[in-house]
Design a protein around this ligand. Sequence first.
Ligand code: ATP
Ligand code: MG
Length: 279
Amino acid sequence: MIALDHVTYAYPDAAVTVLTDLSLHVPRGTLCGVVGASGAGKSTLAKVLSGFVPHAEGGELAGSVQVGGIDVPQTPLAEAIEKVGLVTQNPFNQISGAKFTVREEIAFGLENLGIERAEMIMRIEAVGELLRISHLMDRSPYALSGGQMQLVAIASMLVMRPAVLVMDEPTSQLDPGGTRMVFDVVSELTRDGTTVVLLEHKLEQLRDHADQVVVLAGGRVALQGEPREVLSDERLTQWGTGSTRYTQAARSARDRGLDVPGPTPVSFDDALLTFGRGA
Ligand SMILES: Nc1ncnc2c1ncn2[C@@H]1O[C@H](COP(=O)(O)OP(=O)(O)OP(=O)(O)O)[C@@H](O)[C@H]1O
Ligand SMILES: [Mg+2]
């Protein structure tokens, strides 16, 4: 569903190459988490996957970008959007500025797809209920809190039902309850065959929900694999993505000579199994 091969990219007039010989393959229906230090190129990767790079931002892109059955750099952005939805890192930037209510804002992309009115209404209602924003539908998109705006930005993409959804830190403004809800919704989508790339700092959530995790470092994929294995890898610190408090606790215990059996825990549930054993 996603096949990036030997992708190299530099922004216009930039001295540094952000992505260097990056290859990434993700099968259909996968929830693929991407982690990486600040500045590692997560947002750039999101823009490459969805066509905003190079179509909207220019720059020098080399290599092959195949997503959702299209060759992204060869496909006009308006067409690519039907296959690949991008939830941007800053939800404020995603608001069209052309609409007066949240309902119209969510309908915006659908209008461009030429979806008929009854179907539009049904989809907007459904996504509103799914993300618990039905009560916001008549408000101005600009009269929302950061978290609410983020949910509206997610809704505007979900409602278009793209085959591939790229979400750039979509829960950065949400509280733990909202974060859990978004992860649950996204997991459900992948069960129905949507492929999701989630660029995210919340390692515990990725451990619990992602099918695979990719580490972006040095402009390329440094590691890709099963979430627990990747997220407890010792090199994560060196790659600047940090590790969860459970991983740190297990490491400290081992450093002090305590016996911590089994694989290193990443999430609370892992830690219960690891530390609960001797109790
Ligand atoms: N429009 C741009 N023009 C030039 N350089 C850019 C542009 N956008 C990002 N960069 C640079 O590209 C590199 C990667 O940035 P990117 O935003 O992709 O990182 P990121 O992993 O998403 O970081 P964060 O976790 O802070 O969101 C950084 O060095 C950044 O300064
Ligand atoms: Mg970013």
